[in-house]
Design a protein around this ligand. Sequence first.
Ligand code: ACO
Ligand code: PYR
Length: 535
Amino acid sequence: MKVLLYDTTLRDGNQDRKISLSLADKVQIARILDHFGFDYIEGGWPNPSNPTDEEFFKLIKDVKLKHAKIAAFGSTRRPGILPENDPLLQALIKSEAPVKTIFGKSWDLHVTDVIRTTLEENLDMIESSVAYLKEHSEEVIYDAEHFFDGYKANPEYALETLKAAELGHADCIVLCDTNGGTMPWEIEEIVKKVQTRISTPLGIHVHNDSGLAVANSIYAVKAGCVMVQGVVNGYGERCGNANLTTIAADLKFKMDRDFAAAKKLSHLRQLSGNIDQIVNLPSDVHAPYVGDAAFAHKGGAHIDGVMKVSRSFEHIDPHSVGNDRVFVTSDQAGGSLVVEKLKAIKPGIDKKDPVVASLLKEIKERENAGWHFDSAEASFKLLVYRHLGMVKEPFKVLNYRVIEDKTPQGVSVSQATVKLQVGDKISHQVSEGDGPVNALDAALRKALLPFFPCMGSVRLDDFKVRVLGSNVASDATVRVWTTFGDEHGYWNMVGVSSNIIEACWTAFVDGLTYKILLEDNVIPNAYKHLDVASV
Ligand SMILES: CC(=O)SCCNC(=O)CCNC(=O)[C@H](O)C(C)(C)COP(=O)(O)OP(=O)(O)OC[C@H]1O[C@@H](n2cnc3c(N)ncnc32)[C@H](O)[C@@H]1OP(=O)(O)O
Ligand SMILES: CC(=O)C(=O)O
């Protein structure tokens, strides 16, 4: 049976303490989710105290969606009033969303102590609210809030609340683990028991407070649920919601289940990254299937295995979710990694070639000294070309100096002097800057520009410093990580020294040397994709 994916990024995802979606964000995300093939998009809780969500439902009516149904979220009526007199139910109807999803109480504790009414009145609140909304909607989904906790406390009453939703003709009853504390085996057992009493299709909605939201969703589907509610990348209140990105991949690759978005899974990584970008959160490097590290192999024995038989260390083909295999350059690598990296430069190279061992030795020595090539592929490439004797250095540094000056008025000025030899010519330049690093960068470019016009388009896009090791103060090793960019893309360089200025200088000299070598085709552009992340 087909599984329906119900996305609540715009409602439950937006309850994440780090997320605050604007109206424009919501509409943009809704378009992306629809394009990806999710069956339902919960847009928010429309009510007068939440104007963004009210506006969203007005706007989304005019957006042509290909597949998804838009759902408006709310609660059952308040105790002691008729549904037609409940302002929140009226707001749901006013939203004109084709699907209405309302939550109600399944846990007797919540009935008596939170909404403070009788158990009988709560049953009527559920049935009458669902029935009333059914008169005004294409579909009504009933979310049984705290269902699993309620079932454990008072199973008969919890089941009666579901029966009330069924009597109101809910189209789907969604069992919620609102506090996220239920174990997978409990989910499976309880879903199976519910199915013996309830004939309405069942769904699952779980939170991640025990780190089990994905597992619990999967167990619920295994036990018979046909709808999964979740959030792209698992954002949400407290520890987050069930991660729909992971669940979608699990359903397809591990359970062979059919669902509309299954044919779009080769765009899963793109979906995840796009939504991270809109909600303005950094992507989780270790996210299953879609993270940067999901198929990054570092251990030498692992790299060797993957090169021989990829599935020896990969549970699926990374391309099936739009991800890529990465071999991390590090001191834990073996000869196989070096062979892989050298293949583009020396086709047919064998692991027994002496250059493999000598290059591996240099890599390990450098990594031991604090160099880290994993996120500085351009530095690594330059090291390889130099090691192979394929680089004629385009310039020679004769001298550099930085002076820090503070005027009597308290203004700080940094001045750098750089002296280079290019062929038989000497270039000697001075520059001022906001700080020593800025001044050094400016003086170096100024000295190179007359000989290498391509320097004019090079930017320094990013610059990070990390103090390594636990050595005291000035004895510590410093690693500088820089990103250079131009109109073609960008490249990352690393520099290491116990002196911060020298570490910067190394990264700058290498970064600009790299650009000149690219321009002169010494390092062919074909090899550029390894370090130009935008390509
Ligand atoms: C499990 C979930 O994630 S549910 C979603 C949670 N998300 C949100 O709450 C975000 C949107 N919420 C809101 O905009 C506001 O809370 C509103 C407009 C819904 C209500 O605002 P207020 O009327 O000021 O109430 P407040 O938020 O302080 O308290 C919640 C009220 O809802 C009642 N309530 C809670 N659940 C239900 C329910 N299932 N059915 C009926 N009433 C309920 C509570 O008893 C309480 O009522 P009381 O004020 O009479 O004690
Ligand atoms: C409905 C919902 O968000 C919950 O019970 O967690």
